[in-house]
Design a protein around this ligand. Structure first.
Ligand SMILES: [Zn+2]
Length: 92
């Protein structure tokens, strides 16, 4: 009986990993691949890799639009209204 429970946990390891890693957007897809294709070793591996893959999207909470100007020579951000780059001294 313990072996059966162990095998079920092992079979659903990709879904468990997705839940543990909080892949909320992909949990349904990972579960479906895991459930229907997990019996093939390739399907199980695909689900596990999908669950372990890094998050692609990152939330940006604040983007300063007019807080300064980027220097065309060195790329440093100079404060708004500056006429010369603070890093390299060239006109911005
Ligand atoms: Zn510069």
């Amino acid at each position: 009986m313990e072996f059966l429970i162990f095998m079920v946990i092992l079979y659903f390891l990709p879904t468990i990993a997705a839940l543990a890693l909080r892949r909320d957007d992909d949990v349904a897809g990972i579960f479906l691949v895991n459930f229907f294709l997990g019996w093939t070793i390739i399907g199980w591996c695909v689900a596990l890799i999908w669950a372990a893959a890094s998050q692609r999207s990152m939330e940006v909470s604040h983007v300063p639009v007019s807080s300064g100007r980027f220097c065309s020579h060195c790329g440093a951000l100079s404060p708004y209204g500056a006429r010369f780059c603070a890093a390299c001294g060239r006109a911005v």
